[in-house]
Design a binder for this molecule. Structure first.
Ligand code: UDP
Length: 162
């Protein structure tokens, strides 16, 4: 089947997903990664780290004046995070849908927050909220060399990657 190139979806869009300290503590890392793999997205970067105040204040710079900002930074530095970059068609918007409403009480069942959390101060996961923000967040958390541009086997002519 020969489709014209311009009709193919843009599969290069990327987003930043972070499993927050409560997600790591509650052993939800595998289940959260599984959902993104199952949906069909491609993992291109992954690391576990203890976040610094500096990176977090940059990451949440738009929330500096919010009353919950101090407790948010304490929460986010309370233990390790698992930070990931996922790639695929419309991944930013689809990830937001998969993660669910910021407030778990409003999050639909079937979303990460709707299935695993009950309070906004412990909502398990972060997902970039726009393509622009995603680019900034990916640059903030990752060096370019740590993002792997690997080819899916199902896109190669032999089908087995060789
Ligand atoms: N947050 C909070 N209290 C609030 C609103 C937000 O503790 O009333 C925290 C929560 O962890 C949220 C993060 O601040 O995920 C960032 O808030 P934002 O509005 O950007 O929501 P998100 O993009 O994470 O859904």
């Amino acid at each position: 089947l020969h489709r014209h190139k311009s009709s193919l979806p843009d599969v290069r869009e990327r987003t930043l997903i972070a499993i927050k300290p409560d997600g790591v503590q509650r052993r939800l890392v595998g289940q959260i990664i599984h959902r993104f793999e199952q949906r069909g997205f491609k993992l291109v970067g992954l690391k576990m780290l203890q976040a610094s105040q500096d990176v977090l204040s940059e990451h949440y710079c738009e929330l500096r004046t919010k009353p919950f900002y101090g407790s948010l930074l304490r929460y986010m530095t309370s233990g390790p995070l698992v930070v990931m970059v996922w790639e695929g068609h419309n991944v930013v918007q689809t990830s937001r849908t998969m993660v669910g409403n910021t407030n778990p009480a409003e999050a639909q069942a079937g979303t990460v927050r709707g299935d695993f959390s009950i309070h906004v101060s412990r909502n398990v996961v972060h997902a970039s909220d726009s393509v622009e923000r995603a680019k900034k967040e990916i640059q903030l958390w990752f060096q370019t060399k740590d993002l792997l541009d690997w080819e899916s086997w199902d896109q190669t002519s032999t089908g087995d990657g060789t």
